[in-house]
Every structure is written in C-alpha cells, then in structure tokens.
Design a protein around this ligand. Structure first.
Ligand code: ATP
Length: 233
C-alpha cells in the first residue's frame, strides 16, 4: 500500500469539508476521485499533501504517518500535486518553471531532467524560452504535470486536470496520464465519469465530504443509477 487515508476530517474554519474520508492506493494504481462541485475532491488532495491538515484521522504514505506534517515535507517524501489552477510561475520561462522544481530525494536516482521532459513532451521544448504565463490552458496543464515530475514523485495527485480544456487537449492529457501511469501511482479528480473511467482502474465517489461509493471502472461504467445520483453525466 503506497497511501492510506483513514477517516480524515478536514475543516476550513468551522466549515466541516471532509467528514470521514477513507481511501487506499496500491503502488502502481491509477485511481480517480469523482464527485460534483464542492464534494470535497480538492480538499482530499490538499489533506493528503498537508496543505489543509486534517483535524482528525490519519494519512499514511509508504508506511509513515504524515498527518499534520508540513506540505513541503510530504512533497519531499515523494508526493506531487498538480493543483486545479496549475500555478505556473509567471515571469519564468517554460525551462525555468521546470528547473526551479527540480528536487531529488536522498537515496533515489534521477529519472526526470529538463532534457528528458523536452524529449517526452516536444511541445514544451518548442516553448522552452517562452514565459510560462503566456501558454494556453492545455499547454500550461502539460507544463504543470511536467514540472511536478521534476521532483520525482512516487505518488502524483492531479486536481481536475481537464478543467476548462478543449476536447482535443483532454485527449492529450488522457494519453499523458496513461504514459505516466506505467511508472507512477496516480490519484486524480474529475467531475464526470467518462474520462475518469477510461484512465483509472477504480474510483471513489465523494459527496458532501464523504465517500459514498467505491467501484472498479467496469462496474461504474454500467451503473447509470449511481452515475446519475452522484455525478454530472
Ligand atoms: P470543485 O470541483 O469545486 O473544486 P471539490 O469537490 O474539489 O469541488 P472542494 O473544493 O474540496 O470540493 O470543497 C469542499 C467544500 O469545502 C465545499 O463546501 C467548499 O465550499 C469548501 N471549501 C473549499 N475551499 C474552501 C476555503 N478555502 N474556505 C472555505 N471553504 C472552502
């Protein structure tokens, strides 16, 4: 087990955003967190990486209890987050956006370099000297994922990677996830079922800060009742 989230409760002030979320990821799995707007998907990812510390419950990453640890420390243990708004650094070129994110865990070997990123994603190589802020939404999403790879994550958290992107770009993001899934464990969020089930092996559905359903993609794709009850379809 690479990640165990056990009954976490997370608050924004007095607002009780996560009300006992539990989930597990095996090493190498790609899993999707589904749910409508405000269901708690982002908060779950933020709780895992420590940006919104759970008030109770536990987050265990590679056998270590990381609940309440600062985000930078959890990131350094091998958790990468690509936030919903991508957070590309304006004023830095595409190359610089990648360079500043470089981090090598002690004892690990370096897999990702700027040269390899440019090799795998030629579109970024072509844009290497361009200010990251001038990229299109889709280009920024690819850059955001590539930047997260620069810290060699063992677990990659992707928050609504398709948000606001044109269908042709969504397809490219899907291929990117499939390629990364061969070497990395991935937990991503989405609002609709179609993309999620194409690229994930299983899914958890969140509603009102609780996991209300868990199923394999094959089960969920045929379960239209659950889809209509909890998701935008
Ligand atoms: P979305 O698709 O809108 O991002 P989500 O499933 O990711 O939805 P969250 O963003 O995790 O949902 O929100 C869960 C709950 O927490 C919602 O009720 C939301 O209004 C609330 N919430 C999220 N961020 C904050 C914040 N910074 N301050 C207060 N409440 C927040």
């Amino acid at each position: 087990m690479i990640l165990e989230v056990d009954n976490i409760h997370t608050y924004y002030g007095e607002s009780h955003a996560l009300q006992g979320v539990s989930l597990k990821l095996h090493e190498g799995e790609t899993v999707c967190l589904l749910g409508r707007n405000g269901a708690g998907k982002s908060t779950t990812l933020r709780s895992i990486i420590g940006l919104s510390a759970p008030r109770s419950g536990r987050v265990v990453f590679r056998g270590q209890d990381v609940t309440g640890a600062p985000a930078y420390r959890i990131a350094r243990q091998g958790v990468g987050l690509v936030p919903e708004d991508r957070r590309i650094f304006p004023g830095l070129s595409v190359r610089e956006n990648l360079e500043v994110a470089q981090y090598q865990r002690p004892g690990s070997s370096r897999q990702w370099t700027v040269a390899r990123i440019f090799d795998e994603y030629p579109m970024l190589a072509e844009l290497a000297d361009q200010d990251g802020a001038t990229l299109s939404g889709g280009q920024q999403q690819v850059l955001a994922v590539a930047r997260s790879l620069m810290s060699e994550p063992l677990l990659l958290l992707l928050d609504e990677p398709n948000e606001g992107l044109a269908p042709v770009i969504v397809k490219q993001i899907g291929s990117l996830i499939d390629a990364l899934a061969k070497t990395t464990t991935i937990l991503f969020t989405d609002q609709s079922v179609h993309f999620a089930l194409k690229h994930a092996r299983r899914a958890y559905i969140l509603e009102k800060g609780m996991v209300v359903h868990e199923a394999s993609s094959e089960e969920l794709i045929n379960d239209t009742e659950t889809q209509h009850r909890y998701l935008s379809v």
